[in-house]
Design a protein around this ligand. Sequence first.
Ligand code: FAD
Ligand code: 2HG
Ligand code: ZN
Length: 474
Amino acid sequence: LTKDRYPIQRGQYAELSDKDYAQFESILDKNRVLTGSDTQGHNIDWLRSVRGYSNVVLKPKTTEEVSEILKYCNSRKLAVCPQGGNTGLVGGSVPVFDEVVISLNSMNKIEYIDEYSGIVTCQAGAILENLESKVQEKGLCVPLDLGAKGSCHIGGNVSTNAGGLRLIRYGNLHGSVTGVEAVTATGQIMNLMSNFKKDNTGYHLKHLFIGSEGSLGIITRLSIQCPTASKAVNVSFLGLNSYDDVMNTFLMAKKELGEILSSVEMIDEVSLNCSNKVFNGQSPIDVFPFYMLIETSGSNQAHDEEKLNEFLRKAMESSLVIDGVTTNEPGKMRNIWLMRERIADSLINIEGYCFKYDISLPLTHFYEIVPATKERVGDLASFVCGYGHIGDSNLHLNVACKNFNQEIYKAIEPFVFEYTSKLKGSISAEHGIGFHKTKYLKYSKTPEAIAFMKQIKELMDPNGILNPYKVLPL
Ligand code: FAD
Ligand code: 2HG
Ligand code: ZN
């Protein structure tokens, strides 16, 4: 599958021998060394776009075990693929060939919640939704939320610098993660943990691990600043006639809702249809070319509702918003969020294949790429749609088709990346470079920056064993 789609050669790495399996079993218990059919799910990504053929998945429980494994793999020149919840959307989380999979599934302890500072310490394999439930018990929330929360790991989120649905409010993980513990390719444990937001002692090394997608080290533990959970939450779902109206409604929302704004999402008609069709959802409003989901989170329900109502009154009076519903009932809010969160899943299930693009674009040109791509691919695609985190200038452009084929692939790439680059956008707003986008990195990074990235990689991973074929161009 992978090699038919993407012509790429296996690197000069050692192949697994019986001695290697024995060594892994001496570091871990036998039942934490998976082989044969037990490795299947770990070899294929969520999008079903990359399939490796690794015959071993290791499930360490401690940082020391991760260190022992990496020390050994590095000495043998065995390539490894770090894996979290395997929900990544750029093919970075699975082996391309026979890389040893190091799964963080068994490192899921939530170690300490400091109610006073809000700083939470946990192992990297804690599932985001479990972490959210635990911190909620203490009146806190994780400053990150995404549709994959039921499976993705907080360590995977940090490794991809995941964005998600709350970024407009809490910023990205470079700001919230106060410390990480990571193991480098040679097995060295880098303790960069900190229980403080303020720590200016020299180079900020933790940032090298945030967003480097397992190419510089394996994150084993981390600490993250969790804000106080909001007492008052409201969700509005709005129908609009044009993209310009969406953009101006966003501007008005910022002005009117200020500090209580916690999410601003845009969905086009095709995307919402797809989500509701596949998951039997029901839109609370009529059909519109565009929808917006606006969430507020604050500390006083009456004040927040007053602000929200005033905003909606103005937006409707000026005919920016044509119809809409607002609710603070948990069940109704959940249903509205589900329609939005399920779009990604619906898009990969409705047809045979879906090309996904996750780009940052200036808001004045945000949606133009959707009709431009549609025109370019013509009948090759079943449909083209756009949705995403408009509050953070992040568009999700999706092209659904019957099956992956070179003709449509070549029609879309590098077209989408060239288009994005001309607008000085980013070819990856939040999902990362992974396996799929390495050759397109040049559209968002200068040759000097790529050369510097390569130097850092060589310094931290001299044998190139960590997640080869990912992030950096070959
Ligand atoms: P994986 O998919 O397992 O791995 C992702 C990358 O990180 C790989 O390169 C892997 O090698 C590396 N990695 C994982 N764990 C570690 C570790 N402990 N140490 C070092 N490297 C590691 N992403 C967003 O940014 N915003 C969204 O809104 C969003 N929504 C999504 C919705 C759905 C339905 C799905 C399926 C995905 C979504 N994603 C989103 C993408 C994905 O969920 C995120 O990238 C997530 O952060 C990946 O976490 P994971 O644990 O599944 O990591
Ligand atoms: C989301 O925001 C995810 O739902 C997935 O980042 C985006 O499906 C996509 O393209
Ligand atoms: Zn997203």
